[in-house]
Design a protein. Structure first.
Length: 189
């Protein structure tokens, strides 16, 4: 197996174990056992468990930040930007439910990358709030507390990693549409 493919396999397997047991409870020996190799062999592909966690979380955080940047800079209405944020979350989460568990539950274990991660997260949330505030200003969104609006939407989107794996036949596009309908348009008749 190529070095790069083996590293990807190690990261994916670690993300699965982190979701099942929690980052702190997983040892390199657990990971090696799951992969069917000796623990010492892991170090041919990765430098540490922290390196794995960093790879998982930082790559996802960068994907979200880049996606948000693209959405924010588009000429779409605020409502359409919010719908694109829903699509962004559905796509990234459906492709990496295990990694999303680490992003949501294990980010505080990042050591030398914690400040960078927090910077990405802050930037993402700042852009999200700006879109909501613009929507309120332009009368696209009800005049409500933008932070509560963001919290309400993000709470659902950040927990998709728990819900998506339970769906046998998931149509990402349909899920995005239906989530947007509920999260953005509400449930009023």
């Amino acid at each position: 197996m190529k070095q790069e493919n083996r590293r990807e396999e190690i990261i994916l397997t670690a993300a699965k174990l982190f979701k099942e047991k929690g980052y702190s409870a997983v040892t390199m020996r657990d990971l090696a056992t799951e992969l069917g190799i000796k623990a010492a062999s892991l170090y041919n592909h990765i430098s540490s468990k922290q390196d794995i966690l960093k790879s998982i979380i930082i790559s996802l955080a960068e994907d979200f930040t880049q996606g948000m940047s693209d959405i924010k800079s588009s000429n779409e209405s605020a409502i359409n930007k919010l719908k694109k944020i829903v699509v962004l979350h559905v796509q990234i989460t459906a492709q990496n439910t295990y990694g999303m568990a680490s992003l949501n539950n294990d980010w505080m274990h990042l050591e030398n990358q914690l400040d960078y991660y927090l910077q990405l997260r802050k930037s993402y949330e700042r852009d999200f709030l700006e879109i909501i505030k613009t929507g309120i200003k332009n009368n696209e969104i009800i005049d409500s507390n933008p932070e509560i609006v963001m919290f309400s939407i993000l709470s659902t989107l950040r927990s998709l990693y728990l819900w998506i794996p339970k769906k046998d036949e998931l149509n990402r596009e349909q899920l995005s549409i239906e989530l947007s309908e509920v999260l953005i348009n509400g449930i009023n008749k």
